[in-house]
Design a protein around this ligand. Structure first.
Ligand code: ZN
Length: 79
């Protein structure tokens, strides 16, 4: 009994990463639907349950169109 409890604790400790570390959640950008103005962060695509095209690009939840990926600010200049 005691051993199993310990193993479970160790496993959950190693797989549970701090989810709120200053907002750095691994997101590198967001997907946009220009027609609908819908924006979904790349890390939220699966949470939102969006469909994907054959090459993995998410589809807009409103119109079903292929969404455009935009990298988070800082990696490119949009001037
Ligand atoms: Zn759309």
């Amino acid at each position: 009994m005691g051993l199993i409890d310990t193993v479970t604790e160790v496993l959950s400790a190693s797989t549970t990463r701090a989810p709120d570390e200053g907002g750095d959640d691994g997101s590198s950008g967001a997907y946009w639907c220009d027609d609908c103005g819908v924006r979904v962060r790349d890390v939220a695509v699966d949470e939102e349950g969006l469909d994907r095209t054959g090459d993995g690009t998410p589809r807009c939840p409103d119109c079903g169109g292929e969404m455009r990926f935009e990298r988070a600010a800082g990696s490119s200049c949009a001037c």
